[in-house]
Every structure is written in structure tokens, then in C-alpha cells.
Design a protein around this ligand. Structure first.
Ligand code: OGA
Ligand code: NI
Length: 362
């Protein structure tokens, strides 16, 4: 079987599971509930510490300073990027010059979620398939549910797009997503190059694994919740990707990252892209960079929307520490092929860094 067909099987066929269908949260939230159904209530979260210090923020990286090795500020910014990846696993990217594409995507995303439920359901997930409109990571009837809906598409590789899940309403959606996919892949390729330089390996070393990348785009919709402090929009997890590029669609904040065992709320700079190191980059770098746990909280009164673009290695790649980076050091992670890795992702419940724990050599 061709490798692409194989991935298609993993992602789309029943034998590899998917998510158990659950209620649409946007519809539930519109019912003016006084009490939120118990499956959404997480008794433990109120006890978890959230840092209140507004000044404690993730690094900000100015991409306009990183175009040419000779330009003023390049070296300093490169060092900042290295520290951001190593000590935070998260940073905000500014002056990226892709604002127009982002604004257009934000607009069609809002329009999509504002459509009547029946209209959105034209793109609904099919049983045991992760693509489409619905929820993900529900693997048992007992587990707690996220206070949010998501719309997941796989724009890359192009051969796996499955346009039946791509909405025709709003009518500019497909064209806009296509542009967004290409543009964000471009930004991630630029970052992979800078990261390779920072790790002291060939500038193309990481990028070549992501040239034919598998790119997932997840549009998240978190409705307001009358018990906002007792639910989560998205449970704690690390992203099982190389790099994730996240944008906030509206002004409502909600992303929090785990730092020194506390939750740190992220204050997005308007127009910035929030970038995070995913599990795959942690593994490739043999632990030099860290994939950080994060979660999304919701608001009492306002809806929140975000769009995450996940970049995973191309089909056929092996995921493991880069040989150039281990040499005489010990391998901290196993090496497995992408297909097996995807299978692990698709069948897991979101649960902290459990995926990477599978990959660690104890
Ligand atoms: C994600 C994610 C955070 C957010 O989609 O993986 O972490 O703020 N989203 O929506
Ligand atoms: Ni995430």
C-alpha cells in the first residue's frame, strides 16, 4: 500500500477509532442553562494555582529581525528565539507580515461558527473520523468533556484534503483556508530553519522533514459558560506536532500554559501568532526544547475563538532524536515512524504529556 493510502487509513477508517460523538456545546450554551451538565464540571480545577502576575509573559519574537543573517538585531533575536524554545516552549511572533491572511481566516471562521447548527452539520465529523465539525479526544463515556466545539481539517498533504468537509458556506471559506494553510506552512518552515541554526545543525535539517508536512487546522469555538471557573474549554495537553501556530480570533483570552507547576495566562498581542514547540520538536531536539502543557479556559459572558495550525513531519519520516544532536549523548526518546505516531495521537484522550511519555526512554 502506498504510504499516503496508509496514512489515509489511519486517519479516516473505523479501525483506528476517532471520537465518540457528544452534544454540540454551542447549542447547549445557547439554552440559557443555570446549571452546566455534570460531565463538563471538573471539581479539581478550582484548586489549581493560576499566576496573577501580568508581567510574567512568554517571550516576543520579532520575525522582521530574522530575515537575513547580516541584518541589525539578527543575532540577538536568534538568541531570544533559542531561549524561548528552550526555557518556555512558547513565544509570540510579531511582524510576521501575514496579517492579511490571518484576518481573512479569522473572518470566515467566525462566520462559519455563526451559521445555524444544521448548516454547520453539513461538515460534521463522520463516525470514527477526526476531520470535520464536532469534538475530539472523547474515548470513553465517563471522561469529562470540554466546553467547546471544534472544526478540524487537514489541508496538507493536498491529496488527503477531503473537500467534503470543507464548507461552501461562507463561500470564501475554501479559498481562504487554502491560502492560510500555505502561508502558515511557510512561516513554520522559516521557523524550522532558524531553529535548526539555533540547534547547531544544517539549516535545512528539520525543514526537510516538514516540507511535505501533514498540517492540521483546528478552529476552536468556546461558548460562554455560566460556570466558567468549573469547566475547561480544552483540557491540559501538549501538542503532538513539530510546531503549532495559534491565533486568537477575537479579543477574549483563555490560553494558559504550565510553568513551574502553575498556570500562566497568556496575554496575546493583537495580531501576533502564538507559537509553541510540540512533542515532535522536543523529540527531534532530544529534549533540548520542551513541549509545554497548556489548556484553554472559557469566559462567563463572551464566546472565544482560536485557530491552531499543527505541523507534523511528512509521510514516511521517522520521529526520533536527530542523529546530529545525539552523537555521544544518550537518546532520550525512541524512534518510530510517523504512521505509528499518528495512530497514537488519534486514539488518545487529551491527557497532559501522555504521548511523549510513550516515547521517552526511561
Ligand atoms: C489547541 C490549543 C488553545 C486555545 O487547539 O491545541 O491548545 O487557546 N488551543 O484555543
Ligand atoms: Ni494545544
Amino acid at each position: 500500500m502506498a504510504i499516503e493510502d496508509n496514512i489515509d487509513v489511519i486517519i479516516n477508517r473505523t479501525e483506528y477509532g476517532g471520537s465518540i460523538p457528544v452534544d454540540n456545546v454551542q447549542a447547549l450554551a445557547s439554552k440559557d442553562l443555570k446549571d452546566v451538565p455534570v460531565r463538563y464540571i471538573r471539581p479539581d480545577i478550582e484548586a489549581e494555582e493560576v499566576l496573577a502576575d501580568d508581567l510574567f509573559q512568554i517571550p516576543v519574537i520579532d520575525l522582521s529581525k530574522l530575515n537575513d543573517a547580516g541584518q541589525p538585531g539578527y543575532d540577538d533575536e536568534l538568541v531570544k528565539l533559542h531561549i524561548a524554545c528552550r526555557d518556555w516552549g512558547f513565544f509570540q511572533l510579531i511582524n510576521h507580515r501575514v496579517s492579511e491572511t490571518i484576518d481573512a481566516m479569522n473572518k470566515v471562521t467566525e462566520e462559519f461558527f455563526n451559521l445555524p447548527l444544521e448548516e454547520k452539520m453539513k461538515c460534521a465529523q463522520l463516525p470514527n473520523n477526526i476531520k470535520g465539525y464536532g469534538q475530539a479526544f472523547v474515548v470513553s463515556d465517563e471522561q469529562k468533556l470540554n466546553w467547546g466545539d471544534m472544526f478540524f481539517l487537514l489541508p496538507l498533504p493536498i491529496s488527503l484534503r477531503h473537500l467534503r468537509f470543507w464548507p461552501q458556506n461562507p463561500n470564501s471559506f475554501r479559498k481562504t483556508l487554502e491560502k492560510y494553510s500555505k502561508t502558515l506552512h511557510g512561516v513554520s518552515m522559516q521557523l524550522f530553519k532558524l531553529i535548526s541554526i539555533n540547534l547547531g545543525i544544517e539549516p535545512e535539517a528539520i525543514g526537510k522533514m516538514f516540507e511535505n508536512c501533514t498540517q492540521g487546522i483546528r478552529m476552536n469555538y468556546y461558548p460562554p459558560c455560566p460556570e466558567a471557573r468549573k469547566v475547561l474549554g480544552l483540557a491540559p495537553h501538549s501538542d503532538a506536532t513539530g510546531l503549532t501556530l495559534l491565533v486568537q480570533v477575537n479579543e477574549v483570552q483563555g490560553l494558559q500554559i504550565k510553568k513551574n507547576s502553575k498556570w500562566v495566562p497568556i496575554k496575546p498581542i493583537p495580531g501576533s501568532i502564538i507559537v509553541n514547540v510540540g512533542d515532535v520538536l522536543e523529540i527531534l531536539s532530544n529534549g533540548e526544547y520542551n513541549s509545554i502543557e497548556h489548556r484553554a479556559i472559557v469566559d462567563f459572558e463572551k464566546e472565544r475563538l482560536s485557530i491552531a495550525a499543527f505541523h507534523s513531519p511528512g509521510l514516511g519520516a521517522m520521529i526520533g532524536p536527530l542523529p546530529e544532536l545525539v552523537k555521544e549523548k544518550t537518546h532520550k526518546y525512541k524512534t518510530i515512524d510517523v504512521q505509528y505516531y499518528l495512530k497514537l495521537i488519534i486514539n488518545s484522550k487529551l491527557d497532559g504529556k501522555c504521548l511523549i511519555d510513550h516515547m521517552k526512554i526511561q
